[in-house]
Design a protein. Structure first.
Lengths: 382, 195
């Protein structure tokens, strides 16, 4: 026995390089990384991208502006509505199109529902990665299914919604739809109570998540981390509040912040964010005004998309998607197609600090750290 | 809250007199790319702007030159954006890397290199991001010629034949002539885009 201890303490200890992904189920798609191990400890990690690369930007540069909207659904396919929101906002900025008030409210309602869907799915998958196989995930999916059915009723599709238009939204919400959303919103807190009773103070979850993958506020800011991951590190930065785009500045909501920036904080910030989203939804549903859902000026654009030519110029629009700051940079040269179209994907940029968070942790923790960052490969690889 | 570009330009010019700037639309063009890191560092540390967050880095191809565009925000003051841009020629597309100042440029500069071939000097890991290392060309440049996927290359034919798949003779000959001429199989583009 003494011999074994001696060998461990000399330089004979070797590092082992293992390949992780792209087919590993916990990578949520086709993410791949190579991990260097010393025993079970991680001493190096290198992410490798590109397995879902389809050059989204070049596809978009060869399409008229209106035809890009369905392609943005495929970026972050868990919540397509947020991507629609970002793209519509950018083109409106570029062409100077106003959006009617009712359409703005509908956009906020749909985007917040998408945020709820995303966050519960992420929490469910993260617990799956922790080893709580499918029980919490199916609890979360039971609720997600209700919202997705609603999306299908309103937009015609469960996931690839393609619902927003430049200058408004595709279809009005009927009284029935609003009642359906209200029903979901009012019964959701009961589900969250149930979910939290099972998870938040669960000893195993606390032991696995607390003090794992700590990210300091300074590093997070410098590395451009956004979204719940940034707020879990204690930086108060939410684009809904900062830019106040659309009609977000009319609603009263708080920004939940974490203290340490570990995996547990990221998990809990998301639960609190769902509660804030429900608050926004409550207020939006009670104050939604009647009126138009589409700017009359942009109607010709939908009927003849190749005749829509924004003035020469450029615009950078950004929204707070559930994963972080989703930015679109569009340059127009006065033709029906954009000259340059770029997506600032939060999933990709949040991975900048993955190695730093994983160094010194166990290999099993790398999986939950990756799960807590919340990436979607459609957006990471584009 | 927005920051006025003129204000930023004036502030940079008073503190860094050697840097030449020009306004392009709502952004600041830095005439000499070499000045970019010091301008970025100044904006990051100046107590007046505190632009501590580099949101987006991307390239753009304007036929005669390439451009690298930076969108800066301030997380501390919740202001922004300030857009910086530098222009380089296609033959000598070298821009100093901003990774020492902002780590968020790390993956985005790799992406801009991958798609536009802008070389960011001083980047700690200057590899392609999405494409494999052997890939030739820069797909988002306007003069990029798309590969013809119908035409097989010598390596493809060898791969197929070791697996017992027969390849027609014409395809083999075409691959040989292309290989001898040192050319890639380029897809035929339609002469005019659809109106």
């Amino acid at each position: 026995m003494t011999n074994i201890v001696e060998i461990k303490n000399t330089d004979l200890a070797q590092t082992l390089e293992i390949n992780f992904g792209p087919q590993h189920p916990s990578t949520h798609g086709v993410f791949r990384m190579t991990v260097q191990l010393e025993g079970e400890k991680i001493c190096g990690l290198r992410p490798i991208f590109g397995y879902l690369h389809r050059n989204h930007e070049q596809i978009a540069e060869n399409l008229p502006y209106a035809a890009i909207m369905p392609y943005t659904d495929r970026l972050d396919y868990v919540n397509a509505l947020s991507n629609n929101f970002g793209y519509a906002l950018t083109i409106e900025k570029l062409a100077g199109i106003e959006v009617p008030e009712r359409a703005e409210y509908i956009r906020v309602i749909m985007a917040e529902l998408a945020r709820v869907v995303n966050h519960i799915a992420v929490i469910g998958f993260m617990l799956n990665d922790l080893g709580a196989f499918f029980t919490p995930l199916l609890y979360a999916f039971r609720e997600r299914e209700r919202i997705l059915n609603l999306f299908e009723e309103i937009t015609g599709s469960r996931l690839m919604n393609n619902y927003f238009r430049v200058g408004g939204v595709k279809r009005d919400l009927t009284g029935e739809n609003l009642a359906g959303i209200q029903k979901i919103v009012s019964r959701f807190p009961a589900f969250l109570e149930e979910f939290e009773a099972l998870l938040t103070k669960n000893e195993i979850l606390c032991m696995r998540c607390q003090n794992i993958g700590v990210l300091s506020a300074k590093t997070a800011t410098n590395a451009g981390i956004t979204g719940p991951v940034l707020r879990a590190s204690g930086v108060n930065y939410d684009i809904r509040k900062v830019d106040g785009y659309s009609v977000y500045n009319r609603f009263d909501f708080k920004i939940p912040l974490g203290e340490k920036g570990d995996v547990y904080d990221r998990f809990y910030v998301r639960i609190l964010e769902i509660r804030e989203s429900l608050k926004i939804l409550d207020q939006a549903l009670s104050t939604i005004p009647p009126g138009e859902i589409m700017n009359k000026k942009s109607l010709p654009m939908l009927k003849m998309p190749r005749n829509f030519k924004p003035p020469v110029g450029e615009a950078y629009g950004r929204v707070e998607s559930p994963k972080g700051e989703l930015g679109f940079y569009v340059v127009s040269d006065g033709t029906p197609q954009p000259w340059r179209y770029h997506v600032r994907a939060p999933s990709l940029i949040n991975l900048t600090v993955l190695e730093e968070m994983c160094l010194g942790q166990k290999i099993a923790d790398a999986i939950i750290i990756l799960g807590s960052i919340d990436i979607v490969l459609g957006e990471t690889d584009r | 809250m927005n920051i006025s570009v003129e204000e930023v330009k004036k502030e940079i010019e008073t503190h860094l007199p050697n840097v030449k700037l020009r306004l392009v639309r709502d952004s600041i063009l830095i005439e000499n790319p070499e000045d970019l890191p010091q301008v970025a560092l100044f904006l990051k540390e100046s107590p007046r702007f505190l632009l501590d967050y580099l949101s987006s880095v991307t390239g753009a191809d304007y036929l005669t030159f390439l451009e690298s565009v930076y969108h800066l925000y301030s997380m501390a003051q919740k202001r922004g954006p300030v857009t910086l841009r530098v222009r380089v020629t296609k033959n000598n597309a070298k821009v100093p890397s901003l990774v020492p100042v902002y780590r968020s440029a790390e993956l985005q500069e790799r992406e801009a290199y991958d798609t536009f071939g802008i070389i960011y000097e001083g980047h700690p890991d200057p590899r392609r991001l999405f494409m494999w290392e052997e890939f030739q060309g820069y797909p988002l440049r306007k003069d990029y010629a798309q590969e013809d996927t119908e035409v097989l290359e010598i390596a493809d034919i060898a791969w197929l034949e070791t697996r017992g798949i027969e390849v027609p003779v014409e395809m083999k000959e075409k691959a040989k002539t292309l290989h001898a001429a040192g050319q890639r199989a380029v897809a035929q583009k339609p002469e005019k885009p659809r109106p």
